[in-house]
Design a protein around this ligand. Structure first.
Ligand SMILES: Cc1cc2nc3c(=O)[nH]c(=O)nc-3n(C[C@H](O)[C@H](O)[C@H](O)COP(=O)(O)OP(=O)(O)OC[C@H]3O[C@@H](n4cnc5c(N)ncnc54)[C@H](O)[C@@H]3O)c2cc1C
Length: 388
């Protein structure tokens, strides 16, 4: 059977509509980083502008604030989004991770309650999974949620929760069965970050911004109706969320194609000063970003045809995180000493975007499950190798 690699007329019209709207609405001046309060608020405002055009989360049904688009249209929207150099999505934990999980596990009431304000940027979500003793080994979670009538009473500590200092709600994984161990007896619970008994302490990131938080739960009471999915069955719910994180949604190819295009542009300006191997690295970056795009279209087509993706999302995560680090490192070496200047310096290269990008790219092999853990998953579940 012949493959048709052309966009349909409807897809081209959709692209044109997105392009026109984004050209008219994307802020002309770059917003501050979303890892500080001022930048977070600017990005939340941008989410509201997106919603005003019904672009909050295009794949969701209309009643939840979406446009009912399919995955190919979503990829087209992402391409136009990055082409327009639009701001990063401050609502990413909600729309890309919790949203799809709610679609799969939420009750009709939960979907109606949580999805529309998520798409509108009115409620921004943080992820509260990691604990000081439970990062890679998430099954070691100790924070407890004990059922007391119509409520859960939560006690314990979470860490590395991105933007929880500024966000409104979090989705957390807690031990609801006190007798349980490892991945049994955990539950996913949704709670407001201004709950009494919850103390949130910022942790500075590499760039000094308070992008992380520690959460201390001291008998925090949450209505039992905020349980997402089965009680004690939170591991399965979390694995679905992790699949969205590593697989299709969190990092669309357009993000890396845009970085690759910026890198080519930087090379055209600074390539004369480049050391050996830089030209090859730029070419490799461009090819890898294209390859990632083709592979994502293949995944989207598989899903649209009723198929599913499993542990191979781990290959995806390793690929995009290493590609991002390689592209930003290449840009730093092209920029020379000026590349280290902050955006407040007049001689900063490209408003210090490469410096920001480089520092953030170092985190790529850690968040969404470290690349070492992804390699373990690939060895065991994709290649069928023994655990020991
Ligand atoms: C930018 C960023 C954003 C984040 N945002 C969030 C968030 O919003 N919410 C949240 O809950 N968490 C978040 N995290 C935390 C992240 O999920 C954890 O850092 C990650 O899971 C690793 O856990 P850890 O830091 O405890 O390291 P550890 O688990 O202690 O690992 C330390 C090192 O040992 C390696 N290692 C551990 N076990 C094995 C093994 N079995 N085999 C091989 N190597 C192993 C790891 O790969 C790593 O290199 C974020 C992290 C970063 C960097």
């Amino acid at each position: 059977m012949a493959l048709d690699l052309q966009y349909t007329e409807a897809q081209n019209a959709f692209r044109a509509e997105a392009r026109e709207w984004l050209e008219a609405h994307v802020p002309k001046k770059r917003l501050k980083t979303l890892e500080c309060k001022e930048g977070f608020d600017q990005h939340r405002e941008w989410e509201r502008v997106l919603k005003s055009g019904d672009w909050g989360m295009v794949t969701w049904p209309k009643e939840y604030g979406g446009r009912g688009c399919d995955l190919i249209e979503w990829l087209i929207f992402e391409e136009e989004y990055y082409r327009a150099d639009a701001p990063l999505r401050v609502s990413q934990n909600g729309i890309f991770l919790l949203g799809p999980t709610l679609m799969e596990y939420g009750t009709p009431e939960q979907k109606a309650r949580f999805l529309p304000p998520m798409a509108a940027g009115d409620e921004i979500w943080a992820q509260a999974w990691s604990e000081p003793g439970a990062g890679s080994d998430m099954a070691a979670i100790r924070s407890k949620a004990v059922r007391d009538g119509d409520e859960y009473v939560i006690t314990g500590q979470k860490i590395w929760s991105s933007r929880a200092v500024f966000a409104d709600w979090c989705f957390g994984l807690f031990r609801t069965d006190p007798e349980s161990s490892r991945h049994k007896g955990l539950s996913m619970i949704l709670l407001p970050l201004d709950s009494p008994g919850l103390t949130i302490r910022p942790i500075a990131q590499l760039d000094g911004n308070p992008g992380f938080a520690e959460l201390f739960f001291d008998e925090v009471r949450v209505p039992a109706e905020n349980l997402l999915g089965p009680e004690h069955g939170g591991w399965g719910v979390a694995m679905a969320t992790a699949g969205f994180e590593r697989g299709l949604m969190l990092r669309s190819p357009a993000r890396f194609q845009k970085t690759a295009a910026r890198l080519v542009d930087l090379f055209k300006r600074k390539g004369n000063e480049a050391g050996p191997g830089v030209r090859e690295a730029v070419l490799q970056a461009w090819m890898d970003a294209e390859a990632y795009c083709h592979s994502t279209y293949m995944t989207a087509s598989t899903l649209m045809a009723g198929g599913s993706v499993g542990a191979e999302t781990s290959c995806n995560k390793i690929f995009w995180s290493e590609l991002d680090r390689m592209m930003n490192r290449t840009a730093m070496s092209l920029s020379g000493a000026y590349g280290e200047l902050l955006d407040t310096a007049p001689d900063a290269v490209d408003e210090a975007r490469w410096l920001d990008g480089y520092m953030f790219s170092l985190a790529g092999p850690i968040y969404a499950g470290t690349n070492e853990i992804q390699r373990n998953i690939i060895a065991e579940r994709v290649l069928g190798m023994p655990r020991k």
